[in-house]
Design a protein around this ligand. Sequence first.
Ligand SMILES: [Zn+2]
Length: 139
Amino acid sequence: MNHNITDFDHSDDSKLEGLRMTRQRREVYDVLMSLRDHPTASEVYERAKANMPGISLATVYNCLEALVDHGAVRQVHFERESSRYCPNLTAHGHFQDEQSGTVIDVPLKKGASLGDFLDLPAGVQVNNIEINLTGKISN
Ligand SMILES: [Zn+2]
């Protein structure tokens, strides 16, 4: 995969506003934006090292945490797996192929809202919904 740094789409960088972007945070964020395959922290570390050989795994974890805390990146959890990271902030679920472990984004149907699926008790305010599906991709 080509990691050419010049052709990233930074048009939605507004989600980074207010977050102090150190060089390391920028590198970690660019890794997530360049190949949106929901990498784990170790995978992000391996990729970041290519551009920034001095970066440590601990730094990558710290950067990911800062980006997640800021709401610029989502953390994705599948059972018995390390957390994965997703820079897509639109409402979507994740599908994991059980055989390959590949994780893909599953967008909502047009006009649908996640709340439509749930009969929420009165007074409940949902701040976070995570939809994780596992199965087989046949093609
Ligand atoms: Zn995603």
